[in-house]
Design a protein around this ligand. Structure first.
Ligand code: 4NP
Length: 159
């Protein structure tokens, strides 16, 4: 099962989601069944490592934060089984690249999988303080746990 997490820059939220999901999948003994990647709808940070502030927030939780930013492409629609947008803007930007609406069903909003947070979007922490990065990790850990539960308990077509 191939999962793609998408934000704007691919240096804060989506690499965090990718690394958290890899971590949770490993804990659940599901690393061989779940393959994760991340991408940005924007091109500003192509080739960059995750933001230092996200790396620092993740290090406090002993969470690896690895990756190199890349931009979302239309090839991702066929390369991945499910695509998770961090906010509504990202969702719209992804859907806009699929004018025939062939792949719309596999594009989801990340927050729909959270069970302990009522946020509808993962807030962009880039222009804020360090506490925003801690919050994003809390929210994404919740959403990734919910997603993992759904993937293990239901058919992929029902997610
Ligand atoms: P991300 O955060 O989408 O979570 O990676 C951002 C990173 C960079 C910018 C905006 C958001 N930027 O405007 O450069």
């Amino acid at each position: 099962m191939k999962l793609l997490f998408v934000c704007l820059g691919n240096i804060c939220r989506s690499p965090a989601a990718e690394n958290i999901m890899n971590h949770l999948a490993a804990e659940a003994g599901m690393s061989s069944q779940i393959e994760c990647d991340s991408a940005g709808t924007g091109s500003y940070h192509i080739g960059n490592s995750p933001d230092r502030r996200m790396q620092a927030a993740a290090a406090k939780r002993n969470l690896p934060m690895i990756g190199s930013a890349r931009q979302f492409t239309t090839a991702d629609f066929t390369a991945f089984d499910l695509i998770f947008a961090m906010d509504r803007d990202n969702y719209q930007n992804i859907i806009a690249l699929d004018p025939q609406r062939q792949h719309q069903d596999k594009v989801k909003l990340m927050c729909d999988f959270a069970t302990h947070h009522s946020d509808k979007e993962v807030p962009d922490p880039y222009f804020g303080g360090t506490e925003g990065f801690d919050y994003v990790l809390d929210l994404l850990t919740d959403a990734c746990s919910g997603l993992l539960s759904q993937l293990t308990s239901t058919d992929i077509n029902n997610v």
